[in-house]
Design a protein around this ligand. Structure first.
Ligand code: TXA
Ligand code: MG
Length: 327
C-alpha cells in the first residue's frame, strides 16, 4: 500500500503516525489533506536503518552520527540539509529535512518491508491532541486512510524531540521523548528554541513551522497554573466556576484530588513522575472532551526530564493561557 502511494497508520513508541512514501510527492499531498494540515508545516521522514540518512540528507555532520549512536532507534528527530531525493512537499518548501528512526518494532518492520523512507506526522487532525491509542486514531482518521495498524498504547506518549543541526549552536525546536538533559550530554552547546516555553509572535522566524500553530487543543478552553500556589489557586477558580453552574475539568497531580470536590478530576501522575505524565497527557485531554467539560484547569508540571515536553504540550493546549502564582 505504501509503495502504491497509500496512507497507512503506524504505531510508534511516541504517538501514532500517519505514514506515506516519503519519496512520493502525491502521497505526501494526501497526508496534508487527511490531516487538514497547512502545507508549510514539514513532515518527519522515518527510516529503519542508519545508512538511509545519507540518501535523505545532503550533509550528515559528526554530531548527527553521535546523536544517532546514542538515541536511535528512539524518540529523537534530527533536522539536516535536505537531499534532492526528498520532494519539497515533504519538507514544507524548506531546504532542510527532519529524520527519525523509531524504536517501535512494527514501525521498523513496515519501513523495511516498504523499502522506502516513510513520511509520518502524528495521526491527528491538525490542531488536535496527538493519538496515543488506536481508538484515538479511529476518532481522527476513520475513512481517511487505507490501512490502520494497531500496535497497542504508545509507550512514551509525547512526540519525538526535534533537534536542528542546521543552526550553530544546535537548537531544540520541540522537546519530546529524549530529555534535554540527555541531549546535552552529546551536544553540550544545545540551546532551547524560544517557542518551546514562550509564545511565538508573527515576527519570529518560524524555524520549526509546526510551533506556530495552535496545537494539542481540547475543545474546552484550558488554563495552566504554575508556581507554588498553583493547586490552591486552581481550587479557588474551581469553586467559583462550580458556583456558576459550570462543568469543570481538572488535570492535577496525585494527592491533589481532594482539593476539587464537584469537578471532573483526572490525575496526570505523581508530580515527580514526568514519564507517567507524558504517557497520560493526550489521553486525558481527549477524555476531557469526551466528558464535555466547559473548561479545564490544569496544574503545570515541573520542567525536568520529560516534564519539559509535558509543559510545552500543556502550554499549547492552553493556548498560552497561564496563571503564575507565588507565595
Ligand atoms: O514522535 C514523532 O515525531 C511523531 C511520530 C509519528 O514519529 N511524528 C510527529 O510528526 O510528531 P509531526 O508532523 O506531528 O511533527 C513534526 C514536527 C513539527 O513541529 C514540524 O514543524 C517539525 O517537526 N519539523 C519537521 N520538519 C522540519 C524541518 N525541516 N525543520 C524544522 N522543523 C521541522
Ligand atoms: Mg503533530
Amino acid at each position: 500500500m505504501l509503495r502504491a502511494g497509500g496512507l497507512v497508520i503506524l504505531p510508534t513508541e511516541t504517538v501514532y503516525g500517519l505514514g506515506a512514501n516519503a519519496l512520493d510527492e502525491a502521497a505526501a499531498a494526501r497526508i496534508y489533506a487527511a490531516k487538514g494540515r497547512p502545507s508549510d508545516n514539514p513532515l518527519i521522514v522515518h527510516i529503519a536503518d542508519f545508512d538511509e540518512i545519507y540518501r535523505i540528507a545532503a550533509e550528515v555532520p559528526p554530531e548527527a552520527e553521535r546523536l544517532a549512536a546514542r538515541f536511535w532507534p528512539g524518540p529523537l528527530t534530527i533536522v539536516l540539509p535536505k537531499s534532492d531525493r526528498i520532494p519539497r512537499a515533504v519538507s514544507g518548501g524548506l531546504d532542510t529535512v527532519a529524520v527519525r528512526m523509531p524504536a517501535h518494532p512494527v514501525a521498523r518492520a513496515v519501513i523495511r518491508a516498504a523499502g522506502v523512507p516513510i513520511a509520518a506526522p502524528s495521526a491527528n487532525r491538525s490542531g488536535r491532541p496527538s493519538p496515543t491509542r488506536i481508538d484515538h486514531v479511529r476518532q481522527e482518521m476513520d475513512g481517511r486512510v487505507d490501512l490502520m495498524l494497531d500496535g497497542g498504547d504508545c509507550d512514551v506518549g509525547v512526540e519525538s524531540s526535534v533537534v536542528t543541526l542546521v543552526t550553530d549552536p544546535p537548537r531544540l525546536l520541540r522537546p519530546g521523548g529524549v530529555p534535554l538533559e540527555a541531549l546535552r550530554e552529546v551536544l553540550p552547546g544545545i540551546v532551547l528554541d524560544r517557542a518551546v516555553t514562550g509564545r511565538m509572535d508573527e515576527s519570529d522566524r518560524a524555524s520549526a513551522p509546526g510551533m506556530k500553530y495552535r496545537h494539542y487543543a481540547p475543545r474546552a478552553p484550558m488554563t495552566l497554573y504554575e508556581g507554588q500556589r498553583a493547586a490552591a489557586e486552581m481550587a479557588r477558580a474551581c469553586r467559583g466556576a462550580l458556583a456558576e453552574g459550570e462543568r469543570v475539568g481538572v488535570l492535577c497531580f496525585a494527592g491533589e484530588e481532594p482539593l476539587f470536590p464537584g469537578a471532573y478530576v483526572r490525575v496526570l501522575g505523581r508530580g515527580d513522575a514526568p514519564d507517567m505524565q507524558a504517557h497520560q497527557l493526550f489521553d486525558l485531554l481527549r477524555d476531557m472532551d469526551a466528558v464535555g467539560v466547559a473548561r479545564i484547569l490544569a496544574h503545570a508540571p515541573d520542567r525536568a526530564g520529560l516534564g519539559l515536553a509535558v509543559y510545552n504540550r500543556m502550554l499549547k493546549a492552553a493556548g498560552h493561557q497561564v496563571i503564575h502564582t507565588e507565595e
